[in-house]
Design a protein around this ligand. Structure first.
Ligand SMILES: Cc1cc2nc3c(=O)[nH]c(=O)nc-3n(C[C@H](O)[C@H](O)[C@H](O)COP(=O)(O)OP(=O)(O)OC[C@H]3O[C@@H](n4cnc5c(N)ncnc54)[C@H](O)[C@@H]3O)c2cc1C
Length: 364
């Protein structure tokens, strides 16, 4: 039976869920308050198709990323591209774990890498480094792909202001559905998740196309990563990218509105100093191009966890997104919960196991 599903949000999660459910014959409507798809966090991030290298301290996130990476390439073959030189480096003094432990964690999680010994050209004060096959997301292609794929079901510029669900009924802005999926990353409603909001600042730089991607792990460190344009890179810092944390989304949005160029310059200085410690050629190769504001939703008290979770309350599924390549987990959880609800009821049956066991006739 094809169900009618209303989805709140056209970020990566809303778009992927809508696309998957359409393929299965569901009737889908996507409500998006913005005027284009992937216009909040999904379009304003570091565009890394994760493989698990970022998550030495969270096994579940590594597993979801490793599997999600393979499925992402299979499902969306044109929406990511290889990164020619993609280095993860462990600084000698500032990492929370040493290089040997880092390698052991990745190897034991089935995440492949090659050791990078050509350190001298780009890296300084490093305990060790690996080369990875992590890719970069092609954001313009993704926007084009989902705008076409969802053109008949997408309602852009339509903010969801009220939902209700009760027994077998659910409604979004007064329209009836069988199920509602809140894929707003907790911005419409927090659902059951205990979350907070973290406004963020990413810096953009122009560089020659052969500059490597360098991610310093593990802990409060920084990274420089290419985008779909091989000459444009983002600089992100675990310490300096966050602009505070807020329990309610309105206060977080207000903090973003109040960002000044003085704050951007102050953060820029700190972030450049931080990356220069381990990538001394940064200042010669990368030229500042601009800044971008965005927002993360995070789980309270679970700083290392970036896995995807789905909660169900009657007719409402609330998706707490993980990374972008963990979208598959959300689809599976939702389908599994719908299936469980509609599977055949249990009928009392006699235990007949003994009928299937033969007595061995050893004594004959
Ligand atoms: C600085 C930064 C760097 C990051 N780097 C990476 C990275 O390199 N790789 C990676 O995998 N992940 C990264 N992430 C995380 C990634 O961006 C998110 O996991 C992902 O984009 C979440 O997707 P989403 O669809 O759940 O949320 P969003 O992209 O935020 O989409 C939610 C959508 O819901 C809409 N919406 C909200 N409320 C309503 C309403 N009431 N009515 C209608 N529409 C509504 C919004 O307009 C929005 O379009 C990064 C995030 C940030 C902020």
């Amino acid at each position: 039976m094809p169900f009618k599903v209303g989805i709140i949000g056209a970020g990566w999660y809303g778009c992927h869920l809508a696309s998957s459910l359409l393929s299965l014959g569901f009737e889908v409507t996507v409500f998006e308050r913005r005027l284009r798809v992937l216009d909040e966090a999904s379009g304003h991030n570091q565009f890394r198709l994760h493989l698990g290298f970022h998550y030495a301290r969270h096994h579940g996130t590594r597993q979801q990323s490793r599997d999600g990476f393979l499925r992402f390439i299979e499902r969306y073959p044109d929406l990511s591209a290889p990164v020619p030189t993609n280095i993860y480096a462990v600084p000698r003094n500032e990492s929370l774990i040493d290089f040997h432990t880092y390698k052991m964690i990745m190897a034991s999680s089935g995440i492949d890498f090659a050791e990078y010994n050509d350190n001298a050209e780009w890296l300084h004060d490093i305990d060790g480094a690996v080369l990875t096959a992590e890719r970069v997301l092609m954001i313009s292609r993704a926007r084009h792909f989902f705008s076409k794929r969802l053109e008949n079901v997408l309602r852009l510029g339509e903010e969801v202001t009220c939902i209700s669900y009760n027994g077998r009924n659910a409604s979004v802005n007064g329209e009836c559905f069988d199920y509602i999926i809140d894929a707003s990353w907790g911005k419409f409603s927090k659902g059951a998740a205990d979350t907070f909001f973290e406004p963020t600042l990413l810096l953009y730089y122009e560089a020659s196309a052969d500059a490597p991607a360098v991610t310093l792990v593990d802990g409060p460190l920084s990274s420089v990563y290419p985008t779909e344009d091989p000459h444009i890179f983002t600089l992100s810092s675990v310490t300096h990218t966050p602009l505070g944390n807020f329990l309610d989304v309105r206060s977080a949005e207000k903090a973003l509105d109040q960002v000044t160029s003085a704050l951007v310059n102050e953060k820029r200085e700190l972030m450049e100093l931080q990356i220069l410690k381990n990538v001394p050629r940064f200042g010669d190769v990368f030229r500042f191009a601009g800044a971008q504001l965005s927002m993360k939703t995070k789980l309270n008290g679970r700083a290392d966890d970036r896995s995807c979770y789905v909660n169900q309350t009657e007719r409402l599924f609330s998706v707490m997104s993980g990374k972008i390549d963990t979208v598959f987990h959300a689809t599976e959880r939702i389908l599994s919960m719908i299936e469980a609800e509609h599977s055949q009821p249990y009928v009392e049956t006699a235990n007949r196991l003994r009928d299937d066991i033969l007595m061995p006739e050893f004594d004959k």
